[in-house]
Every structure is written in C-alpha cells, then in structure tokens.
Design a protein. Structure first.
Length: 112
C-alpha cells in the first residue's frame, strides 16, 4: 500500500462542500482519541468492540487475577474498570483506557 497518490492535471480545481474540511491525518487521529476520553462504556459495548462472547471476556480478561489487578479501580488507582458490587450489577469501563488496553495487550489476552 502506498501513502501517496500523484496525479498531474493542469488547472484542476477541487471544490469541497461547506460541510467538509481537510484535516491532517495526525490531527484527525488526535481528535478521534480525544472523543472517547471521559466517556464510559457498558459491558455490551466492550463485547461489541472486541467481538468476543460474554463468557469468553469474563473468563479470559475480567476474571483473570493478573489482568484484574491492572484494570480494577478498587485494586489499582490507574485502573479503568469499575467491577459490579454484587452479582447482576453493572460493569463500567473508561472508554479511552479500555481501547488502549486491548490494543496494547492483544498478545497477552489471547496467549500469543
């Protein structure tokens, strides 16, 4: 794949609709990351994001003690998951850190 497309056409004008803007790729990525900061995700949203079943996520991530010690806010001040206080309670995930965790720990989570 190439990052550059070169087309030479003299006197070419491209009109951009008023509803669109051109933004540098780095700026776009920064804005995209900021969009999830301060946002919370439900367990179902996390399941949809990582495309795994609920039992798999619980067994391989949320109930693993080595991972829980990193992500549970009760066990680690830098954690990003609020575990339910009772059975049937809700999980809360800080979206930005949840996405980052799955990106950075893919091999560990899948035992690669």
């Amino acid at each position: 794949m190439t990052d550059k497309i070169l087309i030479k056409i003299d006197n070419l004008e491209v009109q951009i609709p008023a509803s669109h803007i051109i933004v540098e790729k780095d700026e776009y990525l920064k804005l995209k990351n900021k969009a999830s900061q301060g946002q919370y995700m439900s367990l179902s949203e996390v399941l949809e994001m990582v495309s795994v079943s609920r039992p798999w996520l619980l067994e391989n991530v949320l109930y693993r003690s080595d991972i829980r010690s990193k992500i549970d806010i009760e066990k680690n001040k830098d954690g990003f998951v609020k575990y339910p206080e009772n059975q049937g309670g809700r999980y809360y995930f800080l979206a930005s850190k949840t996405k980052q965790f799955f990106e950075e720990n893919f091999a560990e989570i899948f035992n690669l």
